[in-house]
Every structure is written in C-alpha cells, then in structure tokens.
Design a protein around this ligand. Sequence first.
Ligand SMILES: *Cc1c(COP(=O)(O)O)cnc(C)c1O
Length: 521
Amino acid sequence: MIGDHSLQVEVLAAEVGEALPGDLIRTDGFLEHPTFNSFHSETEMLRYLRKLSDKDIALDRAMIPLGSCTMKLNATAEMLPITWPEFSTMHPFAPADQTQGYRAMIDDLESMLCASTGYDAISLQPNAGSQGEYAGLLAIRGYHESRGDSQRDVCLIPSSAHGTNPASAQMCGMKVVVVKCDDQGNVDVDDLQTKAEKHAANLAAIMVTYPSTHGVFEEKITEICGIVHDHGGQVYIDGANLNAMVGVCQPGKFGGDVSHLNLHKTFCIPHGGGGPGVGPVAVGEHLAEFLPSESAVESGNSQRRGAQVSAAPFGSASILPITWMYIRMMGRVGLKQATEVAILNANYVANRLQDHYQILYTGAQGRIAHECILDVRDIKDEIGISVDDIAKRLIDFGFHAPTMSFPVAGTLMIEPTESESKAELDRFCDAMIAIKSEIDQVAAGQFELDDNPLVGAPHTAAVVSADSWTRKYSRSQAAYPLASLRENKYWPPVGRLDHVFGDRNLVCSCPSISEYETDES
Ligand SMILES: *Cc1c(COP(=O)(O)O)cnc(C)c1O
C-alpha cells in the first residue's frame, strides 16, 4: 500500500508544472557563511550555541544591574505557554469565533492591568513603551479636540524625562516646553507653576515619570498633577518605572489620566537585544473612547476611535501569556512583595556603596526608589578614571555594566530588581568596592594613571597568560582581583575597543574579508 501511494505521488509530480516563473527562481548562492553550513547534527548545533553563550555575560551567569530596563527574571514557567501552537500560530485577524480562548486571556490581562494601575480602560495594541506614549498623547489630543479645545498643543516635560517623551510629543504635533529640575533631581514646582500659567490657554499635557528616572519618588507628584489639571491640561504618567509601584500605589489614582506600562520591563517579557515589547496604554474613563481602534476585528471595544498604532489590533499578542502567567503566579500579595523587595534591594546596594561612591539623588529620608545613580564625575575630574574604565573593569569581575550616562552623563545607574538575592547583591557590591579601592590606589600613586588594572580592563585569557607581560600591575591583580573569582571566573572574549574608533571603523568578520582588501592596505 505504501509503495502504491509513493508511486501516485511520483506520477502526480511528473504531471504538475513548475508554478514559479523561471525568471524569479534564484540561481545565485545565499546563506554561504560557514555558520549556516557547518553544523549538521544536533550535537554540533548544541555546542555551537554553547560556544556563543560562553562569550556572553547573561542573567544565567550574573546579575545585570542595568537601570531603567529592568533585567528581572523571565521565569521558565512564564515562557512555556508562548511555545504552544494555540498561542503562537494564531493569525491577528482570525475571526472572533476562532479566538475565544485568546480573547479570554486578553480580557483577563486587561482587567488585571487596570486593577494594578487604577485606570478604567487599557489597550494592548502598542508594541513598545514609546508607542504607548504616542497612543496616549493621541488620546489626549482626541479628548481636547472633542471638547473644542483643538488649540491645546503644549506638552510640559521635566528635564529628567526619558528621551522618548519629547520624541512622542513631537510626533503628535505637540510643542515641547521643558520644566526644570531642582538640585535634588525633582521637578521644580515653581517653574512648573510659571510655565503652566504662561501656557494655560494652550496647555495639552504634562508627561512626568514616577518614580522619576532619577530613581526617587517625586514627593510633590499629586501637587504636580493638580497644577496641570487646574490649567486645563491632562496628566501623562510615564509608567516605565512601575516595578517600584505595583501593589503599592496606582498612577490612575494619584492624578494620572493616562500611562503606558512596559510589559517588557515590569511584567517579565524578556527584551535583551531589543525586543519584542508590549507597551499598553491605560486611561481614565474620559479618555477610553480615544484609545486605538480595534475595528480590524470584532471586539467588545467598538466605541474606540483613536488611530490604530499597530497593524494588529492586539499588538504583539503572542507574548501576552508571559505577563498573564507572571501576574497569576505572583498574585496580589506576591506582586506587592516584589515591589517592596525591588525597592529594598536598590536601597541595600545604595547603602553598601555610599561610603565608597557618591549617590547622586536621594529623597527627603535619604532613601531611593528602585534604582540609584552613582556620581563618578568627580573621580574622572580629580583622578582621571572614567565611567568607561569602571564599566570595563566590572567585566573582569564577571559583571555586566550598569546603565552608563543615563539619565545623567558621566554617571552609573544601578537597578538590581527583586530577582537578585542578597548574596548576589553582595557579590556585586564587593566588586564595586574593590574597583573603588583600585581607583584610590591610582589616586595615591600606587598604580600609574595610564597603566593600571582599570584602564587596562577587560583582560582576556590570552593577554593574562601570554609569555610576555609588560604592564605595571600583576597578572593576578588583572585576572583575580578578588579571591572568590578563582572559583568562578568569566573570561571576556575581547579586550578593550576604543568606542568611537570602533564605531567609525567597522570591520567585517565574515571569512571572505580578504576579498574586500585593496592594494593600498
Ligand atoms: C524604557 C522607557 C521608555 C520607553 O519604552 P520603550 O519600550 O523602550 O519604547 C519610556 N520612558 C521611560 C522612563 C523608560 O524607562
């Protein structure tokens, strides 16, 4: 029988003509790089992937203290459902009677996110926080227009804001007016009052981040919201730092009319390498009808008439199960505890490091929110060791660098998140403290300014084990500055590159580089 079938297929194959037009059939080579042709067994593929991951400092090796973009745990149990075909193969425009399960999950997630933010309606359509900002500002504009206030086009933005805020305002045709911050990094309320009065007739909105990108809970946040409301503006609270708020306070309740959330920050969608993301936009009742339209499919939200910001009505729907799983597994109590531990961890790090580095901003009680900024600008000015040197030296200790030069140039921002244990926080603090002691040795003349473990970092195994060593510090200082590193050592695959030179002089590492060589070189 089986033979009969294959025979039939052969007969059929002979009868069926080539469907693709001949001139469209590709004849030149493609995917010729050896990577695409070298690994022909699962074992080889596995070893190739392992080789690549050995070069990397990822979360499976050490804490990643990147501020702002929280690199918190993306739990395996949260990730499993996105591999199920029920979620991964659904077409975004599939008819409603085929997507009932998906819609139940989406509705459930929407109501859980509304409950945790204190807003009345939410759209999961935006694919990034920045797209959520755009959709949120469009909602504000739609609201003003519906009230005959189409002249309202001024958007107040504190100088501490993330760069996407002014960019989104500009894309919505708003005029950006910058509000100053005071020396503690808080919004300068007098300046806000002055500018709100000055632009009262045309005030559309303020975009304010809470807790601020300076890592502090802005104590006057309700007053700030009140001033803008009094002058006819709407309040956009940038919710990217929601990891310091979930279960503790709600932006929709302390003055916000609209916020975006970053499911790829606070709600566990992994986003190392730049995506994918979900930036839901949440609003109060009065803005609900101006949320992005879902008219491409039948949905319960047919009254929404804002512009679609993404082709798919529910955006990157296939990754929503990650957030659904996170919220369901954590529960109300767990989410609140995560927030508390995130704040506790950040304050623990700030507290351990404060005798060694200057903490740039703290609140009235000397505490920070979920992240802390180490001001190392004086170290650069007085000793000559830069923020880059510290970041590169951290690699020798097996750590990814914190965020550099954001939101303040020349500083380091550390956000540990709730996912790290005290032992790991201590390991990181020990590294930072050891680095400070090396800086002190440079200052004291025990290390030379242009030849020391900081400016020489990171140190590859090839450099440290080479037959000749000419540097003016020891090999063991280079590779094992802490005894604990002898037990677990990460070897960086490359030494230091000059950023600017490297960025301007790209080198193709494809094997056929000699083909590009010219006679002059
Ligand atoms: C990350 C972030 C954004 C932008 O979100 P994306 O998802 O990267 O577009 C906006 N504001 C703040 C404060 C952020 O940290």
